[in-house]
Design a protein around this ligand. Sequence first.
Ligand code: SF4
Ligand code: SF4
Length: 83
Amino acid sequence: MASVLLDAGACNGCGRCAEICPVDVLRMDAATGRARVAYPDDCSGCHFCAQECPTKCITIDDRRETDGVSIYDRLGIADNWKS
Ligand code: SF4
Ligand code: SF4
């Protein structure tokens, strides 16, 4: 598990993070037009959102204690990214 930190003030409302998050941690807030962290406890620390964000306003804190389950295991897919 990891913590996703969002600087909402720097968010441009593009929605890319919400689209790419495999576990729907991030959602677009209709009231503000910006992203918000809707389900922080579900963040796996995959970094997809931070890599996709054009304004670099997302930071992933990997220091949160891990439960030993990777995002690949959670999704039931093969981990082809590791060398
Ligand atoms: S690091 Fe991965 S799981 Fe966590 S919010 Fe970003 S895309 Fe979602
Ligand atoms: S990708 Fe970045 S700029 Fe776009 S909605 Fe998400 S946090 Fe905001």
